[in-house]
Design a protein around this ligand. Structure first.
Ligand code: 5AD
Ligand code: SF4
Length: 430
């Protein structure tokens, strides 16, 4: 594995090194944007720091998917008042989905110490926002892939926004309708990241498998990425059940470099609630899709998202969610309390906080038990592990796996699974 190189010395000869602290909330899309933002700072000679006291610039990349996420981002901005007072020449940037939703004006009037607001839709223009505050990137060309680079796994955004209309979701409003990046740009980005040391590429998009490039389909794009020399594993997230086809199932069965793991959000086990959510599929259709995929790829690991307490969700609806958790054999499920994201009073949950919390707790405890059963099924099997450290890596099914010896960052190895502890497998490199 290549070690991340240090960027060249800062632009002012003999001047002090400059550092940026990037605080990221929310999903992988935001994580990917933060890496691009880091690269834009890298082009100006900055290095990354987690220590606010040492930071010359701070970026808060915000999320608004649930009210709690937005509140967290806002209180983070509030806490930065102190930093700005101590370092008035420091630059503070607010970016991402909450920035998009609330708007630059509102954020700056509430937090006048903020220098620049750049919403999620404007992320492509972050370079301009940065140039406005710090000047254009110098010609000397700092290597731009050195910051925020996880050596073995890199994100490649293939689409932005979302064109579906799930009733609970704010993403289409803040990120806009789906826009697909051209295949050539995606392949260039992936190839550059592989050259910079990535072994695994994770393709990202809100409905990632909806991707189209003219007549080219998502599966055709996958084939092209899989053909890039040096790539060891390809993942993508998050797909939507509506966009799977037979070509994808056949490709998954034929191509071992495609990760044996899908994160496939289902949201509810009740047809009534799925309909109200405008998800576009029934419980039966979702389960039939899982069955088709697993018939083609035995042992395929699937994780999901659930929302509890959606307006009108009865005890019977909720029990259908609990039973879907078992039937779907999910390796993991992320569970959220419904959070109203519009001013429409009909969209407020009928459940009070304790009732909502009680459902969440019941679901979480079922998830814990269920995940344990699925994890234990891997004991005694041989798994392909991509190592992140000398002793820890992830299997193709995205289970964490620990070994005593034989791993190395970026190394792919066959591991015999001997046991499981909490959420992690343990085994021996073969
Ligand atoms: N309330 C609760 N959870 C939500 N999610 C999206 N919008 C909401 C909301 N309004 C969850 C969904 C989605 C995940 C990223 O966040 O489960 O898959
Ligand atoms: Fe990601 Fe949605 Fe949150 Fe934006 S609002 S950061 S797209 S989860």
């Amino acid at each position: 594995m290549q070690k991340p190189q240090k960027p060249a010395s800062p632009p002012v000869p003999g001047g002090p090194a400059r550092r940026v602290c990037i605080i990221t909330f929310g999903c992988q899309m935001n994580e990917a944007d933060s890496r691009d933002i880091a690269a834009a700072f890298g082009r100006r000679g900055y290095t990354l720091t987690d220590d606010l006291k040492k930071a010359d610039a701070v970026v808060v990349n915000t999320c608004t998917v649930r009210q709690r996420a937005e509140d967290k981002a806002i209180s983070q901005i509030g806490r930065l008042r102190k930093w700005k007072l101590a370092k008035p020449e420091g630059k503070l940037f607010i970016v991402g989905c909450a920035a998009q939703k609330l708007g630059g004006k509102a954020i700056k009037s509430r937090f006048p110490f903020v220098d620049e607001v750049s919403g999620a839709k404007a992320i492509e223009y972050f370079e301009d926002a940065l140039a406005a505050q710090l000047g254009p990137a110098p010609e000397i060309g700092y290597p731009d892939s050195t910051l925020f680079r996880s050596p073995q796994s890199a994100y490649v955004t293939i689409m932005r926004g979302c064109s579906l209309k799930c009733s609970y979701c704010i993403v289409p409003a803040v990120r806009g309708p789906a826009v697909f990046l051209p295949a050539a740009a995606i392949l260039k980005d992936a190839a550059a990241k592989i050259k910079a040391g990535a072994k695994e590429i994770v393709l990202l998009g809100q409905t990632v498998n909806a991707w189209r490039g003219g007549k080219a389909t998502f599966s055709e794009l996958l084939k092209k990425v899989l053909a890039l020399p040096g790539l060891e594993r390809l993942r993508f997230m998050s797909p939507h059940p509506l966009y799977f086809d037979d070509a994808f199932t056949a490709l998954l069965a034929a191509e071992p470099k495609l990760s044996r793991y899908l994160h496939l959000p289902v949201q509810s086990g009740s047809d009534r609630i799925l309909k109200a959510m405008r998800r576009g599929y029934t419980r039966g259709q979702y389960l039939a899709l899982l069955e088709r995929l697993r018939a083609a790829v035995p042992g395929l690991a699937v994780s999901t998202d659930f929302i509890v307490g959606y307006p009108g969700e009865t005890e019977a609806d909720f029990e259908e969610t609990l039973s879907l958790l078992r039937e779907g054999r999910f390796s993991m499920a992320f569970c959220f309390k419904y959070s109203p994201r519009s001013d429409n009073p009909a969209m407020v949950s009928h459940l009070d906080e304790p009732a909502m919390e009680a459902r969440l707790e019941r679901l979480l405890s079922a998830v814990k038990k269920n995940s344990r059963v699925i994890l234990n099924e891997r004991i005694g099997k041989i798994e392909e592990v991509l190592f992140e450290t000398d002793t820890y890596g992830r299997t193709s099914g995205n289970f964490g796996c620990r070994v005593k010896t034989g791993g190395a960052p970026g190394r792919m190895a066959q591991v015999f699974i001997e046991g499981a502890e909490r959420n992690t497998l343990n085994g021996k490199v073969l």
